[in-house]
Design a binder for this molecule. Structure first.
Ligand SMILES: [Zn+2]
Length: 49
């Protein structure tokens, strides 16, 4: 199973997809190790009551 997570590099601002199976997260563009997790827009299925 592949679990991908979106991370945004704080240095170059690019969003990279990281395989969450690996603990080491690094920006492939600039090599920065400081990445913040990007939350995809959550689609909530709320039923109006
Ligand atoms: Zn970067």
């Amino acid at each position: 199973m592949i679990v991908m997570g979106n991370y945004r590099c704080l240095k170059c601002g690019k969003v990279v997809q990281v395989d969450l199976r690996y603990e080491k997260v690094r920006c492939p563009f600039c090599g920065n190790k400081v990445l913040v997790k990007v939350r995809p827009p959550v689609i909530k299925r709320l039923k109006a009551r």
